[in-house]
Design a protein around this ligand. Structure first.
Ligand code: C2O
Ligand code: CU
Ligand code: CU
Length: 487
């Protein structure tokens, strides 16, 4: 296409000769009448570390918020949907003075961060009662990966409900990846994907049993608490999107009209080089960092969520229980709109991002089977190796400073994204076929019928933590195990 800067275009336009050069959408007056490009998507509160310390007050409470231009009673951190964005650097100390003003107990999990799992750190066994306060304190290692992480409640039995209420925020670690020149000059936008189901009075609906078993999905999908916000492409034509699936159950299959994504990170971990993809599948809990090159005609392009079928309840549901709100019956949904106004320069993509070395072969191989069974009260139980979660049982004990292979087989009828706390892993194979992309991640999709083998180094931190399905209703209904890391 013809490249021209904004001033040249204005001149052409004023002379009435520019029309042939530009796409029709560019001529629409609503685009012209916009004020200077500005980000409508990032009005989220931000706390950044300074002098090696990130310290803040964080309060969980039910708040009346504006959601998609209606008032709704949601569960918030500091009154915000999504929660405030926290930013720190490797080596920083993090101190969060947390107050629970919910009507239920809660706690906070720092998803993907490699930090201590005992004490007042990433400890999912903390039980913070209504009205109680606690100070979370931990230090990021000097070599902590830089990337997109997040925080959310993790009290077993209430995780899905509290996340569905809105309690989720980004935790960004700034470091090496941010110093790569091509990435530094790109315009950074953060997209927190959440779905909600407020009723007419703005109250949070209590989900029916069947949708709990499938995993609850809301009928309103928001990006940073907004419906279809605008994202403006900068003049240099390069956008950096950090995308988080903060929904309890909904999978997002993302595509940007007429564009490819150049993925630079998965789950907060940089890839070795950008990879070109036309779709991004994000299960609950997963993150993707991508670059978008504004090399198309000026105009508007829709960021779409494409349908995805994550399974059904099979014979239990008898086909009758398919929830209308679920992705697999939907048309593509517009999540946001990318606007080009005057991309005049076209930045190059970075070539090298990070060096990733393959883990050594491991001596220990463990097997996990994901499935479900009957439960007399709630209908269905979600199981790992035939057992629903039991807080008093130790399921897996590993030795600190060892590497293990875990073979995860999904023999059920629904897809399950498998997540391990605190320790990222490499994917070795899927259904026996070795994985070609060497990368670190913390949540891996195991589709129904699949077997995925991952390799995990257990380093630095000992203590008790968990692994689970990140469809959080499945986790609350039992698909979780206790993991002890022992020196
Ligand atoms: Cu976002 Cu236990 O996880
Ligand atoms: Cu986690
Ligand atoms: Cu699951």
């Amino acid at each position: 296409m013809t490249k021209f800067n904004r001033r040249q275009f204005m001149v052409l336009g004023a002379a009435g000769t520019g029309a042939a050069l530009v796409s029709s959408s560019w001529l629409r007056s609503d685009i012209f009448s916009q004020p200077a490009p500005q980000s409508a998507v990032n009005s989220v509160l931000l706390y950044q570390s300074s002098d090696g310390l990130l310290e803040l007050n964080l309060e969980a409470s039910e708040s009346l918020v504006n959601l998609a231009n209606k008032q709704a009673y949601l569960l918030t951190y500091n009154g915000q949907i999504p929660a405030p964005r926290l930013e720190a650097k490797p080596g920083d100390l993090v101190r969060i003075h947390f107050a629970n003003n919910l009507e239920q107990p809660t706690n906070i999990h720092y998803h993907g961060l490699h930090i201590p799992i005992a004490g007042n750190a990433d400890n999912v066994f903390l039980h913070i009662n209504p009205g109680e306060k606690i100070t979370y304190e931990f230090q990021l290692l000097p070599d902590h990966p830089s990337g997109t992480f997040w925080y959310h409640p993790h009290l077993h039995g209430l995780v899905a409900e509290q996340l569905f209420g809105g309690l989720a925020g980004l935790f960004i670690v700034r470091g090496k990846i941010d110093e790569i020149p091509e990435i530094q000059t790109a315009q950074e936008e953060f997209l927190v994907l959440q779905d909600f189901s407020p009723d007419e009075r703005g109250k949070r609906a209590t989900s029916a049993h069947m949708s709990l078993m499938m995993g609850r999905e809301g009928n309103i999908i928001t990006v940073n608490g907004q419906i279809n916000p605008n994202i403006f492409l900068p003049a240099n034509g390069m956008l950096r999107l950090r995308i988080l699936n903060a929904s309890p159950s909904r999978f997002y299959r993302l595509a940007l009209e007429n564009h490819l994504f150049y993925q630079i990170a998965i789950d907060g971990h940089s890839l070795s080089e950008p990879i070109e993809v036309n779709e991004l599948l994000l299960t609950p809990g997963q993150r993707a960092d991508v670059l978008v090159k504004g090399d198309r005609e000026l105009g508007q392009y829709r960021l779409l969520n494409l349908p995805y079928d994550r399974g059904s309840m099979g014979i239990m549901g008898g086909g009758m229980m398919r929830d209308r709100n679920r992705n697999n019956q939907d048309q593509p949904i517009v999540l946001a709109t990318v606007n080009y106004k005057s991309a005049v320069e076209f930045l190059a993509l970075p070539t090298r991002l990070a060096s990733i070395s393959a883990l050594p072969e491991s001596q220990t191989v463990r097997s996990f089977e994901l499935n479900h069974g009957m439960n007399p009260t709630v209908g269905m139980a979600f199981l790992i190796n035939g057992e629903p979660y039991n807080g008093a049982r130790l399921d897996t004990e590993v030795k600190l400073n060892t590497v293990e292979d875990w073979q995860i087989a999904n023999t059920g009828v629904m897809d399950h994204p498998f997540h391990i706390h605190g320790n990222a892993f490499q994917v070795i194979s899927r259904n026996g076929t070795s994985e070609s992309l060497l990368t670190w991640r913390d949540t891996i999709l195991v589709k129904r019928g699949e077997t995925v083998r991952i390799r995990i180094p257990f380093r630095d931190f000992e203590g008790l933590t968990v692994y689970h399905c990140h469809v959080l209703d499945h986790e609350d209904l039992g698909m979780m195990g206790n993991l002890m890391i022992k020196a």
